[in-house]
Design a binder for this molecule. Structure first.
Ligand SMILES: C[S@@+](CC[C@H](N)C(=O)[O-])C[C@H]1O[C@@H](n2cnc3c(N)ncnc32)[C@H](O)[C@@H]1O
Length: 259
């Protein structure tokens, strides 16, 4: 894995790329007017590109450009602000001041909503196993707050992303560490997913919920463990979750275990 700049490298982009290279401990390679295709073939098969359009993009051999923009979450937060309900908030019974462990960050839509609802008095920790995705989301959020919507900066600064396997993380948490532990693993490949999720498919982890996740989550949660899953996934009730299908039209449901 390497970090480089956009084709039209400027001094500012070079400084940013070198800074990121240091903080992520990923080598910086000068772009030298080479195409991404050339870089993927001759330099490395996984490349971060610091640019002006998105802030940061990621390329892997054989796949399209991947970048992050928090569109979806911002839309959900606007709906909550206007008094509408949100299915995650309802299933988790989230309120201001609560602590929430999001075990599957993905595109940070649920994380942003949870941060908004629990607010500055609460705390949200968001775990992501995919290194490229954890970096794209962290950097993408900062880019959005700096270049597009400074009014979201305080909410975005609240976000706490940890690159880790969620089971490893849960195992080192003390008992009753947070109010709610939440999982939203990737749905079965055949289930239709949002456009955003389709784009990140090459870089995500396809781990599945196991009995061990449930045991650890129940130890770590004070109030409840919640899982989002696709309709037809019967293993969730076998793991002890009560199914809450809030909207019959949706292809997903929430499973809840109350403590
Ligand atoms: C469906 S997405 C989550 C979507 C997210 N709830 C949102 O609002 O955008 C699932 C994410 O969980 C991550 N993941 C899968 N297994 C994991 C594990 N064992 N530990 C941490 N993250 C994991 C995947 O890499 C993927 O990014």
């Amino acid at each position: 894995m390497i970090i480089t700049t956009a084709f039209d490298e400027t001094e500012e982009l070079i400084v940013k790329a070198k800074k990121l290279s240091e903080s992520l401990n990923v080598p910086y390679i000068a772009r030298n007017k080479k195409t991404v295709k050339y870089m993927l073939e001759h330099k490395d098969a996984q490349i971060f590109v610091v640019n002006n359009q998105r802030g940061l993009s990621y390329y892997e051999k054989g796949h399209d450009e991947i970048f992050f923009h928090p569109n979806m979450a911002m839309h959900r937060i606007k709906q909550i602000k206007s008094g509408q309900s949100d299915s995650l908030v309802t299933a988790c019974q989230l309120k201001e001041g609560m602590t929430f462990l999001d075990c599957t960050l993905g595109l940070a839509s649920d994380t942003l909503v949870a941060n908004y609802v629990t607010a500055s008095k609460g705390k949200v920790i968001s775990l992501e196993k995919s290194f490229p995705l954890s970096v794209l989301v962290s950097e993408g959020l900062q880019y959005y707050a700096t270049h597009e919507k400074p009014e979201w900066k305080s909410l975005i600064d609240q976000i706490n992303i940890v690159h880790t396997d969620n089971l490893d993380y849960l195992k080192q948490c003390p008992d009753h560490f947070v109010d709610v532990v939440y999982f939203d693993f990737m749905f079965n490949q055949s289930v239709e997913s949002s456009h955003g999720i389709k784009v990140i498919k090459p870089v995500v982890s396809y781990d599945m919920m196991t009995k061990e996740h449930v045991t650890e989550a129940l130890r770590v949660a004070k109030q409840r463990v919640v899982v989002k899953s696709s309709y037809g996934n019967h293993s969730i009730s076998e793991l002890g979750f009560t199914i809450e299908r809030q909207n019959q039209k949706r292809h997903f449901f929430y499973g809840v275990i109350e403590k």
